[in-house]
Every structure is written in structure tokens, then in C-alpha cells.
Design a protein around this ligand. Structure first.
Ligand SMILES: [Ca+2]
Length: 209
């Protein structure tokens, strides 16, 4: 009986990390906030804007977002309404980079689990004409996106490991005169290998019971 209880406790330990599996966290950039479980970043200047982001189920993740190198502006009108993948409150406004000022911005994500990997998806949209391309860089991985009339395209960087301190730095750079960030999604993926020692222990306990 004691061993069965132990096996049950170990099973709970084993399953617990996977309860958060696939937790998706959505950030909306620009002056117009999105409702429900979006995490809103209204300003373009340096500062901590989300101290514990919620996932799409409204659960607190402990994930923090800070702008550590500021954008050029936060614009309510330079995005694109009528996009097909996000609400207008998210696609219709944006943070922008400009050749007239700040052409490079940095976002520091912290409070991440060093044992997990994270996937980042970026969305940039503008109602104006090309070229309005932006580069998003994490470590040595870079992706680019054209914002002009972009109703549905996104770009992603997958399998990003945080530092031992639980941080990931995102760099955003304009390619043309204007650069954009309207939406960022972070998908937290628990590392399956972390469960292997627990699996072996559970198997041993069950064998002994
Ligand atoms: Ca918004």
C-alpha cells in the first residue's frame, strides 16, 4: 500500500510538468490593448511591461517581458485592420522602428524555465505599401517579415533555450525605412528528457510493489 502511494506520488510528479505543455502566451504591441488573455505592451520606451504573463487559458506563467532598448514609437494607426489571424486590437496598432530614429530595439524575456525550450512567432502588419521589412533575431537565428498589407504571414524561431538564469533576448531591426512589431507569441515546451529519470524511478517502484 505504501509503495502504491509512493508510485502515485511519483506519477503526479511526472505528469505535473506536462500540465503546462504547449502553454501559449500572446503579446500585443501598440497603444490599443486587446482584451481577455492577451498581454499588452502599450509603450515603446524601456521598461518592464508584463511582470507575469498569462497564457491563452489565463494562467500566470511567471514570464516577464521588458523592453531594454526602445523602439521609435507606439502607433495606434500604422498597423493593419482586418487581418485573418489576430483581432484588430492586436493587428491594427504596433511598435515601430525608423530610419529617422531608433532602428533597433531589444526585448528581454525572463522568468523562463532553463530546462524548457521556447518557440517565438512574430507578426508585423502595416496598411501602407512595401517595402516595410523587419528582422527578428534570437542568438544566431534571424527571420524576416514584410509588414505591408500582411494579413496572415508570420515568422518563427523555434527550439530556443533560455540562459541558466531563465532569459532570452529578442533583437528587432528595421531593414527598410520602417520596421514593425504588432504581435509576438511564445510557446513554452517542457523538455521531455527531464522526465526520463522520473520514468525510470517510477518503473522501479512499480516493480517493487
Ligand atoms: Ca494592440
Amino acid at each position: 500500500m505504501k509503495k502504491m502511494l509512493l508510485a502515485g506520488a511519483l506519477a503526479t510528479l511526472l505528469i505535473a510538468p506536462f500540465a503546462a505543455s504547449g502553454a501559449l502566451v500572446q503579446f500585443d504591441f501598440g497603444p490599443t490593448p486587446s482584451p481577455m488573455n492577451w498581454n499588452n505592451v502599450l509603450s515603446y520606451t524601456a521598461g518592464v511591461y508584463v511582470s507575469s504573463a498569462v497564457d491563452t487559458n489565463g494562467l500566470a506563467t511567471g514570464m516577464q517581458l521588458a523592453i531594454i532598448s526602445n523602439f521609435y514609437e507606439s502607433s495606434a494607426s500604422e498597423g493593419l485592420a482586418g487581418g485573418t489571424i489576430y483581432p484588430d486590437s492586436a493587428s491594427g496598432d504596433c511598435l515601430r522602428l525608423s530610419a529617422a530614429g531608433e532602428g533597433h530595439a531589444e526585448i528581454l524575456m525572463s522568468g523562463l524555465n532553463p530546462a524548457w525550450s521556447y518557440s517565438f512567432t512574430f507578426y508585423a502588419a502595416s496598411h501602407r505599401d512595401p517595402d516595410r521589412r523587419t528582422t527578428y533575431t534570437i542568438g544566431t537565428n534571424s527571420v524576416q517579415l514584410e509588414a505591408a498589407h500582411n494579413y496572415s504571414n508570420t515568422v518563427s524561431i523555434s527550439s530556443v533555450s533560455p540562459t541558466a538564469g531563465g532569459e532570452i533576448l529578442v533583437n528587432i531591426d528595421r531593414i527598410d525605412y520602417w520596421g514593425y512589431l504588432n504581435v509576438m507569441e511564445v510557446d513554452a515546451i517542457p523538455e521531455p528528457l527531464a522526465a526520463v529519470p522520473l520514468l525510470l524511478l517510477l518503473a522501479w517502484v512499480v516493480r517493487q510493489a
